[in-house]
Design a protein around this ligand. Structure first.
Ligand code: NAP
Length: 238
């Protein structure tokens, strides 16, 4: 049975992925930070392992990976999903805001990938899927620190795929468009409608749309796919 480790599984896309992979028979471990009640309820609902770990802490992420390996014997698939977003004029971004964004969205991917790779390299197989954003591809006004962190994830994906491909490990990236989760709860109806109208497929994304791509990339049927950036955005970015 394959083991999947998902960062940020307590809410949104991550929680959807926890449910989806568990329903497909994977053994699932996931991290959470603030949403303990939701995380523990989800873990008992689907029989997953929930671990409190801040992805911006190298030690906490490494401990979570080690705990999962102790519990399940291995990790086959790492999904780097945990992330934060924030709106701010560029000149109002403080050093603390910049650091928190990069530490969470980019360093978190680095810490988890570095912690899981030694075992994947000795297994001579493994799959890492990073969740970036379409804004990492094209940039978003008033989200420069977010866009920069997500562009970093795209660069990390491509470089790491080249480095670990010879060890049988695939590294891919999904760049979601606007997905209906708490992350967009501050957007009003008019803004959501505008985005919908600008989207060729005429709707907003659901967490399930991202999970469909995750399952595809995690599956052995994708064994010849690595270093790719898969846009799941209804055509918003083409
Ligand atoms: P969400 O609903 O806000 O959920 C974020 C998840 O990340 C939560 O489970 C949260 O855990 C976790 N998290 C945040 N900071 C963390 C930290 N420091 N350590 C550990 N976990 C942390 O967001 P979402 O929409 O599902 O987004 C998931 C990913 O997709 C993010 O990387 C986001 O940038 C990306 N994305 C989302 C959209 C969108 O439109 N929703 C679009 C493009 C890309 P706690 O609640 O337990 O703290």
């Amino acid at each position: 049975m394959k083991v999947v480790f998902i960062t940020g599984g307590s809410r949104g896309i991550g929680a959807c992925a926890v449910r989806r992979f568990a329903s497909l028979g994977y053994m699932v471990a996931f991290t959470y930070l603030k949403s303990e009640k939701e995380a523990l309820a989800l873990a008992s609902e689907v029989g997953a392992l929930a671990i409190k770990a801040d992805v911006s802490s190298s030690d906490e992420v490494t401990n979570a990976i080690n705990l999962t390996t102790l519990q399940y014997g291995k990790i086959d698939i790492l999904i780097n999903n945990a992330g934060i977003s924030e709106f701010s004029l560029f000149t109002d971004i403080t050093d603390e805001m910049w650091k928190r964004m990069i530490d969470t969205n980019l360093s978190g991917v680095f810490y988890a990938s570095r912690a899981v790779l030694p075992q994947m390299i000795s297994q001579k197989s493994g799959c890492i899927i990073n969740i970036s954003s379409m804004w990492g591809e094209v940039g978003s006004s008033c989200e420069v620190h977010y866009s920069a962190s997500k562009a970093g994830v795209i660069g990390l994906t491509k470089a790491l795929a080249k480095e670990v491909g010879p060890s049988g490990i695939r590294v891919n990236c999904i760049t979601p468009g606007l997905i209906k989760t708490d992350m967009n709860a501050m957007l009003d109806e008019a803004t959501l409608n505008e985005i919908k109208e600008e989207t060729p497929l005429g709707r907003l994304g659901e967490a399930d749309d991202i999970c469909n791509a995750l399952v595809f990339l995690a599956d052995d049927a994708s064994s010849f796919i690595t270093g790719q950036i898969l846009g799941v955005n209804g055509g918003f970015v083409i």
